[in-house]
Design a protein around this ligand. Structure first.
Ligand code: SF4
Ligand code: SF4
Length: 453
């Protein structure tokens, strides 16, 4: 009974801490500007099914894609076993599902063991790829410090959790053997052993049995219980940790792909304020001197800080897996420029977290003298972007870093009149000549004469 109470308390604490963090993230995302992403629902479900559930963009890099698929499938299916562990913990039973399962239960446990072994192997390969093999996208500057540790912490945790699961089963199988021996000898089964009825099949953990075979019954029970508690507390700790880490994409990838931008990748959004101005200019019945309502908020062009971005752009930042596929495809990054689209997403999330802490006390956004633009993302990074959209194409969870870059640029140009020399002269040409070139409209065809056409 004490074990059951302890379990319920630990479980409730894990769920509470997870829910509290999710509420914080929800509040942070909700400071973003409104945008409607609920149209074309069929297309949205299809996109989510293909991209998040089917991992269709992961396979663009087959080795990493296959390993990720193993971890993903293992993570999803092993949760059935976790459900049994949780119910065992609450009810005080042992292997509760075995009583309904029979052969099905044996097959399931066997399948979970194989998956656990594959997850373990995949995580070890990921650790080697990240820490030993010289892969450029894992060495970029933005991955120094916490992002690198975060990736390693989760991989090591998964290795330990899978090892605990297999060790728990190995001890369980040995204890089941002891019970079978006693029953065959017609002896009474002691209370401490009565739980370990024959259940499950152990194709992988049987290989670990030699590690524990020398232990007596008490040692085996203690080890089995230790691994059981280690496994479930580890999972709860994982649950609490995940929303603080890039691994939150495990959950966020699904809604994020549902709310994907469905328009063609290069299609830019119109700025509502500018569109309204143009409509006003073209409407002969409109009063050009009409003053805006006294309580109207001042119109802002572009984005300077996270609260000027849309909620979807903020949602993107919490979904970013920091995989770096975007940056490794980015031509600006490849040619040595400062821009890394992954860093744009990480900076947006870091700044949003900072603003989130500021509003923690009374719910209002306070001016802390900082902004996403310049304190996190420099002008040099912004102007390095060619808007080629290679990053959005490469992103396995349909994140759109370009939209953030464009909105920050819009602020620079329309609010601060700041743009690089080359763009400023293009603007002047458009204004004076109606085209980006420095020629009057009448001279534009002269190149044809030079060709003697
Ligand atoms: S759109 Fe910009 S950030 Fe994205 S890949 Fe192209 S140059 Fe890089
Ligand atoms: S934006 Fe997408 S591709 Fe780039 S690091 Fe994040 S998840 Fe990976």
């Amino acid at each position: 009974m004490i074990a059951q109470i302890a379990f319920v308390l630990v479980f409730a604490a894990g769920i509470f801490l997870f829910a509290r963090r999710v509420r914080e993230i929800r509040r942070n995302i909700s400071i973003g500007q409104a945008v409607d992403r609920t149209d074309r629902k069929n297309e949205r479900w299809r996109t989510m099914t293909m991209v998040a559930l089917g991992q269709s963009k992961m396979v663009a890099r087959p080795i990493a894609g296959f390993l990720h698929l193993l971890v993903y499938v293992g993570f999803v299916l092993i949760n059935i076993e976790v459900l049994e562990i949780v119910l065992d913990g609450i009810t005080g039973h042992h292997r509760l599902f075995a009583s309904f399962g029979g052969g099905v239960y044996d097959a399931l446990i066997g399948a979970f063991e194989i998956l656990a072994a594959l997850v373990l192997i995949a995580c070890v390969v990921f650790l080697i790829r990240r820490n030993v093999i010289n892969i450029r996208r894992f060495r970029m500057k933005e991955m120094d410090g916490w992002p690198k540790s975060d990736a390693n912490i989760i991989l090591v945790a998964e290795v330990l959790l899978m090892f605990a699961l297999l060790s728990m089963n190995a001890c369980d199988a040995l204890l089941q053997g002891k019970v079978a021996e006693l029953m065959a000898a017609g002896q009474e089964i002691p209370e401490a052993l009565s739980h370990y009825i024959e259940a499950g099949s152990f194709p992988v953990s049987s290989m670990l049995q030699p590690l524990y075979a020398g232990m007596d019954v008490d040692g085996l029970i203690m080890t089995e219980r230790f691994m059981w508690w280690f496994h479930i507390i580890g999972i709860l700790a994982f649950l609490v940790y995940v929303p603080y880490s890039k691994h939150f994409h495990i959950i966020m990838a699904f809604p994020n792909t549902w709310y994907s931008k469905l328009e063609p990748k290069g299609q830019m959004t119109n700025m509502e304020a500018v569109t309204n101005e143009v409509k006003l200019m073209l409407d002969p019945s409109a009063d050009p001197y009409a003053a805006p309502p006294a309580d109207a908020a001042p119109v802002k062009f572009g984005a300077k800080d996270v609260q000027d971005l849309t909620w979807k752009q903020l949602f993107d930042s919490y979904t970013c897996t920091e995989c770096g596929r975007c940056s490794s495809e980015c031509p600006a990054n490849q040619t040595g420029k400062l821009l890394s689209p992954r860093k744009i997403m990480m900076d947006t999330r870091d700044r949003l977290e900072e603003v989130g802490k500021n509003i923690q006390s009374d719910g209002s956004i306070k001016d802390d003298g900082k902004s996403l633009l310049r304190d996190y993302i420099s002008e040099e990074e912004l102007w390095a972007c060619t808007t080629c959209n290679a990053c959005t194409e490469a992103c396995p969870v349909n994140i759109d870093p370009v939209s953030i870059i464009l909105d920050l640029r819009r602020h620079l140009i329309m609010e601060e009149s700041k743009s690089p020399e080359s763009i400023t002269s293009m603007f002047n040409n458009v204004e004076n000549n109606g085209a980006p070139w420095a020629f009057p409209a009448a001279d534009r065809g002269k190149w044809i004469e030079e060709l003697n056409a």
